[in-house]
Design a protein around this ligand. Structure first.
Ligand code: NAP
Length: 437
């Protein structure tokens, strides 16, 4: 490990976003041996781990265990967590550049892509991004959803659609064993759903589900999967991944119904044309490739057609692809000639699984390290941001504060017989962080 007391020779890097991409960036910086580094990972939220904490579904417990690896990285001596700091509001990009030689933007893509169809804003039409954040205990999404409905539609053939559908069809007693907040569990327990429909505008060969996630849908207790044989039996592909998905659909299409409590229906070649309803959602109108339309009656429609990124004040943004424009991870058109980088969803778009961010972060760090001489040539004033934030009364949550939140969640989990139950209110999170020993 490097001695970071030699300030003149130490590369100071601010990473903006403490999700997997940001933390893997810190890891890649600490793993290299060319130059001593000091990395501070900033996040708007008091808790780190981004999409691992607020996107990966609560019942995917094995994936959630990746938090232990990310925790070890933020505990590294040359890494500091700086939570509860909103870059653009609490501190500006030029102020960060006065303290750090380089900034890596890794703040992800957090809002939903719009369908642009009539009825999209009716009550009962829900962005999957909001629903996922709510069941994950995100402090900005505490308004409760209601599942007092018999039929719901999930639009989209991606893994987020699968997550949403699985969370709402799964036996709520299985969800009780996860970290979902108590109020979320109460809503899942009160659900009266009997039918959930996953709707895609293209065929099963174009579904973006990964095989593990797809297979899981056929293994849920009390759930019958319904697939029309006419939509899958004759579809073939030479692509190994597509073929595996098709084999699953074909098996389901001929599987006898077991009389489960809930049914999960797949509909292909059904372009969402309108969300129908007067005061609230009553049905999804779908259009077939031949122009014929049909309605799926439903009181809830979850729109799961992708996440998009949003701009950060002072940072270039491509309004067409909704990413920070970059060349080999170097931000194009930034504030300084050399010193701004990006990776993760805000740099490449909302694609790939959590692990994809590891290689993406390594590539971003490779570009950054190739610029080391130029980066170190720019004079910076270490710790100037800490002084600014303190002067502005920002309650920065550092590692000890996050560890205190973590301990409070573990303690709350014990009350439900779980390893953890999330704190989901801003005031709870900040109170727990400030109660650190
Ligand atoms: P996604 O994989 O890009 O899927 C989006 C779906 O929305 C596609 O089926 C797409 O259909 C459809 N769509 C887009 N625009 C549409 C429109 N106007 N009308 C109807 N359908 C439309 O996005 P995602 O599900 O949000 O997932 C984002 C990323 O996170 C993915 O890389 C995913 O694998 C990853 N993820 C992984 C996991 C996991 O590993 N367990 C869990 C969650 C998310 P077309 O193909 O026709 O465009």
């Amino acid at each position: 490990m490097f001695d970071v007391t030699d300030a003149a020779a130490t590369l100071r890097v601010a990473v903006i976003g403490a999700g997997p991409a940001g933390i893997y960036t810190a890891d890649a910086l600490c793993a290299q041996t060319d130059v001593p580094v000091q990395v501070h990972v900033y996040d708007r939220l008091p808790a780190p781990f981004g999409l691992l904490r607020y996107g990966v579904a609560p019942d995917h417990i094995k994936m959630k265990n990746l938090a232990a690896t990310l925790q070890r990285i933020i505990e590294h001596d040359n890494v500091g967590f700086r939570g509860n700091v909103d870059v653009g509001r609490d501190v500006t990009v030029p102020e960060l550049l006065a303290d750090y030689h380089a900034i890596v933007y890794t703040y992800g893509a957090s809002i939903d892509r719009k369908l642009g169809i009539p009825g999209e804003d009716l009550p009962g039409s829900i962005a999957a991004t909001a629903f996922v954040n709510w069941y994950s205990g995100h402090p900005d999404f505490i308004e409760p959803f209601s599942l007092e409905a018999t039929s719901a539609v999930v639009i989209g053939l991606g893994n987020v659609a699968i997550d949403v559908a699985r969370v709402i069809v799964r036996d709520p007693e299985e969800m009780a064993a996860t970290d979902v907040p108590d109020d979320v569990l109460a809503v899942l327990r009160a659900s009266s759903l009997t039918d959930v429909h996953i709707v895609g505008r293209r065929g099963p060969e174009h579904a973006k589900f990964t095989i593990k996630e797809l297979r899981e849908m056929g293994e849920l207790a009390g759930v019958d999967v319904v697939v029309d044989p006419a939509e899958v039996d004759e579809v073939e592909s030479d692509d190994k991944d597509v073929k595996r998905n098709l084999d699953v659909f074909k098996e389901w299409a001929h599987r006898p119904l077991a009389g489960g409590k809930r049914k999960l229906h797949f509909h292909f070649h059904s372009r969402p044309a309108e969300i129908v309803g007067t005061d609230r959602v009553e049905a999804l109108r779908c259009e077939r490739p031949d122009g014929a339309t049909y309605d799926i009656p439903a009181q809830l429609v979850f729109r799961s057609v992708g996440y998009i990124g949003t701009p950060m004040p002072g940072v270039p943004f491509d309004e067409t692809s909704n990413v920070i424009p970059n060349d080999d991870h170097r931000v194009i058109g930034g504030c300084v000639e050399v010193g701004e980088y990006t990776c993760g969803w805000i740099g490449r778009g909302a694609t790939g699984v959590i692990g994809t961010n590891r290689s993406d972060a390594k590539a971003a760090v490779a570009s950054l390290l190739a610029d080391t001489d130029k980066l170190l040539a720019r004079a910076v004033t270490p710790h100037s941001v800490a002084a600014l934030l303190s002067g502005r009364g920002v309650a920065v949550v550092e590692l000890a504060g996050w560890n205190a939140i973590d301990a409070a969640e573990v303690a709350r989990g014990a009350g439900r017989g779980n390893t953890r139950v999330k704190l989901s209110l801003w005031e709870e999170l900040l109170a727990a962080a400030s109660a650190r020993s």
